[in-house]
Write a protein that binds this ligand. Structure first.
Ligand SMILES: [Zn+2]
Length: 111
């Protein structure tokens, strides 16, 4: 699964979505920003434990629909104090895969 995410992310590198940034902030005051692309293609993230949550898209006819949500984590050492920083990717694995798979193919393929 992890390899699939990395490979899909590399193909989607021109997607504007991947230019979003995540900030890592340490207690010592050090902070740095990495892009979604760096997070996903760096290969340093971990896939967390899936949890079930109630779907935000509940309609009047469906009451107890639950969806599976799997978090992605990245651990990184602080460049200043060597403390381990953990950041959670803002989008769950399941939603991320949908975004990655819906990415249009590289236009150069049709050049
Ligand atoms: Zn620090």
């Amino acid at each position: 699964m992890k390899e699939e995410i990395i490979s899909l992310s590399q193909k989607a590198r021109n997607n504007i979505f991947f230019k979003n940034k995540i900030e890592l902030r340490c207690n010592c005051g050090h902070s740095e920003k990495i892009t979604y692309y760096e997070f996903l293609t760096g290969g340093e993230f971990n896939i967390g434990q899936a949890t079930s949550t109630v779907s935000p898209f509940i309609s009047e006819t469906i009451y107890d629909e639950t969806i599976s949500v799997t978090p992605l984590y990245l651990s990184k050492r602080c460049a200043t104090c060597d403390e381990e920083l953990t950041v959670v990717f803002p989008i769950a694995l399941e939603a991320l895969i949908l975004i990655l798979r819906s990415n249009p193919p590289d236009p150069q393929m049709y050049g």
